[in-house]
Write a protein that binds this ligand. Structure first.
Ligand code: NIG
Ligand code: FE
Length: 396
């Protein structure tokens, strides 16, 4: 049997627990300590009342945080990390005025189909290391750059090697070879592709947008996935207004992502639902679109999450600290709201109750910042503030 490691992190200047207390949604504790036993949090409280874990020795460690801030590991509920190639040329063109177009997805599909499993696996491993170094301890990955039965199956399988949060996104765009017979492609997604991918997936997603899939097609695809035991999430209202948000709410989706162009009805529907509005400001940053209005959603009572949407087309960044900084600077969120959205909000978007907060029994996923407060995540944009990351109780 493996020895269980015990770690006491003490002298934490500001501990964000996300266990709401006294009107503070972030459950902030000052001069705090956290005890980790194995892969779980065993105790959280004031440093002065911390359990005694000495003598330090094999399997027992005391970490003096020296007044630094500690918070739950970031939960990135929306990424597209299995792909070949990149599209730096499109980004460069956008910066001189070219618009973002969903059609660029087909270029990544071609590069991904041409890449072997080992190449994709190595790339994925590098992305996972990149995420972790920036404090992300839970992440979702979508398929969607294969768009054949065999390619979607292998992307789902490869994603499943690094996360339990795999999303089948065969309905990303209609691939070029089906452009004259899109109904046949929708049939394929709902049938053979779903059968091949469902064993590797937890979620089903559809890009419900002009230029991708119509609301009727989206409804059919999501219903097929639900009938197959997958849980729905939706890409919607990214490039313009549409019915995607209301469809997501109607189907009880865990999350509807982008939410850049919302009507009052959309906001009202989200506010009265358990569907999380996941905002992806890396997209607006790298497409020069207007940012979504997080303030309007929060004030209406909707639950907001932040995610990176890391992908080679619309947002090639995996940095959750950058998402927090953009949300605060550009989307009307307070630093506390943005930190909550990047941790507890992401956990809600993935319907996970074991991550996104620090309390006994939760997974020991934590980030220590080289800063006295989480506010620095927005206050010092672009600075690598992540000092130490624990994933399942293990420093990474
Ligand atoms: O979430 N919106 C659809 N899919 C991705 C973009 C993919 C791409 O451009 O390659 C997104 O932004
Ligand atoms: Fe996306």
């Amino acid at each position: 049997m493996d020895a269980v490691t015990t770690t006491l992190i003490t002298h934490i200047g500001e501990l964000t627990t996300n266990v709401a207390a006294d009107g503070d949604a972030l459950g902030t504790l000052r001069d705090a300590a956290v005890l980790i036993v194995g892969d779980r949090i065993a105790w959280v409280g004031p440093a002065s009342a911390a359990p005694v874990v000495s003598p330090e020795g094999e399997g027992i460690e005391v970490v003096d945080a020296g007044g630094r801030a500690v918070l739950p590991g970031f939960v990135d509920s929306h990424t597209h990390l299995v792909f070949g190639g990149d599209r730096a040329d499109e980004f460069e063109a956008r910066m001189t005025g070219a618009p973002y177009a969903a059609g660029g997805i087909r270029r990544t599909v071609a590069a991904t189909r041409a890449a072997g499993d080992e190449e994709l696996r190595a790339r994925l491993a590098a992305f996972v290391a990149e995420l972790r170094a920036q404090g992300t301890t839970t992440f979702e990955i979508k398929t969607g750059y294969g768009l054949t039965v065999a390619d979607e199956e292998r992307l789902a399988r490869l994603a499943g090697e690094v996360t339990p949060e795999v999303t089948f996104l065969g309905a990303h765009v209609v691939p070029a070879e089906y452009s004259e017979r899109r109904e046949d492609y929708v049939d394929l997604v709902c049938d053979a592709m779903l059968h091949a991918c469902a064993p590797h997936s937890r979620w089903i997603d559809v890009f419900c947008e002009r230029g991708a899939f119509t609301p009727d097609e989206s409804r059919r695809i999501l219903a097929a996935g639900i009938a197959h035991g997958l849980e729905p999430r939706v890409h919607a209202n990214q490039l313009g207004p549409g019915e995607g948000v209301r469809l997501a709410v109607e189907l009880g989706a865990a999350s509807v992502d982008h939410c850049t162009y919302l009507s009052d009805d959309d906001v009202h529907a989200l506010a009265g639902s358990a569907t999380v509005a996941t905002l992806l400001p890396g997209v607006e940053f790298s497409t020069r679109q207007p940012y979504p209005d997080a303030r309007r959603l929060i004030d209406a009572g909707a639950t907001v999450a932040l995610a990176s949407d890391c992908n080679p087309g619309s947002s090639f960044t995996s940095s959750m600290p950058l998402m927090i900084a953009l949300a605060v600077r550009e989307m009307g969120m307070t630093p506390a709201e943005a930190v909550w959205a990047a941790t507890a909000g992401g956990a809600k978007a993935l319907r996970r109750d074991d991550v996104g907060a620090l309390a006994p029994g939760m997974r020991a996923d934590l980030v220590m910042l080289d800063a006295p407060t989480r506010v620095h995540l927005a206050y010092r944009p672009g600075v690598p503030l992540v000092h130490t990351v624990w994933a399942g109780g293990v420093p990474v």
